[in-house]
Design a protein around this ligand. Structure first.
Ligand SMILES: CC(C)(COP(=O)(O)OP(=O)(O)OC[C@H]1O[C@@H](n2cnc3c(N)ncnc32)[C@H](O)[C@@H]1OP(=O)(O)O)[C@@H](O)C(=O)NCCC(=O)NCCS
Length: 212
């Protein structure tokens, strides 16, 4: 049987309700200090570090929406308690520097419209993102991705930011391409997207790189 990649294993844990934390081994990267900003500003958005009080906003904006979660690693939240748990985890990850999630708010209305997150990996970060359904198709995510990548590349050790998306997730692939990511390869049977099926699915790996 084919070996499953680390992300597939992570997915499986997520599908089992173990919240999919990537197993970490101690390495040089663990000693690296990452100064992630609490806020990042773009032309149309504020990207802000989560607060414990954001649970209702997150639940209402997108966490319970099966259309948003279709190609994600987690199932729609059934109640706000689940959302609170996830926000608690975001904050722990920030503290441990294992991951940095920002909520997205529009500048004009101040409404929460989605989130974007990076997770340190060998020579950079892995990126994930989502947007509330009502805001799809307005170029918000390419704008947020570009801002996060610009911050990521202020780290002298960062040579690439990568992202993985289901081969059927056309919107995600397009958002990455508009933010100048390059499709690098197909990862066969790499991730489980539990809202679609329990089977491993083929994904695109995208990256944006620079030479150090
Ligand atoms: C992926 C996602 C973040 C894209 O963000 P976005 O700000 O809407 O991105 P864009 O406005 O640049 O649109 C990207 C593509 O989405 C598709 N799209 C546009 N409007 C759409 C709509 N109303 N409904 C569905 N798809 C739409 C188009 O294919 C578009 O590409 P195009 O501009 O070349 O036509 C958003 O679709 C989303 O949150 N999806 C659900 C969560 C998800 O799948 N996250 C990624 C996991 S890897």
């Amino acid at each position: 049987m084919k070996d499953k990649g680390p992300r597939a294993q992570w997915e499986e844990k997520s599908a089992k309700g173990e919240q999919g934390r990537k197993e970490k081994t101690k390495s040089k990267e663990d000693a690296r200090s990452i100064a992630a900003p609490d806020e990042i500003h773009t032309a149309r958005m504020l990207l802000r570090k989560p607060r414990a009080t954001d649970a209702q906003l997150m639940f209402t904006a997108y966490a319970q929406d099966p259309a948003v979660t279709r190609y994600l690693m987690w199932r729609p939240h059934a109640n706000i308690a689940q959302t609170r748990t996830v926000i608690d985890r975001f904050l722990i990850e920030w503290e441990k520097q294992e991951g940095f999630c920002w909520f997205l708010f529009t500048n004009d209305t101040g409404k929460m419209i989605g989130s974007i997150a990076v997770r340190p990996e060998n020579n950079g970060f892995n990126l994930g993102f989502l947007l509330a359904r009502a805001y799809w198709g307005n170029g918000y995510m390419p704008e947020a991705i570009a801002a996060v990548v610009a911050w990521a590349f202020t780290g002298s050790w960062v040579s690439s930011v990568s992202a993985t998306c289901d081969m059927k997730n056309h919107a995600s692939a397009r958002a990455l391409e508009k933010a100048a990511f390059v499709r690098e390869r197909i990862l066969q049977q790499f991730l489980i997207h539990p809202n679609i099926s329990p089977a491993l699915r083929d994904c695109f790996e995208y990256a944006i790189t620079r030479s150090l």
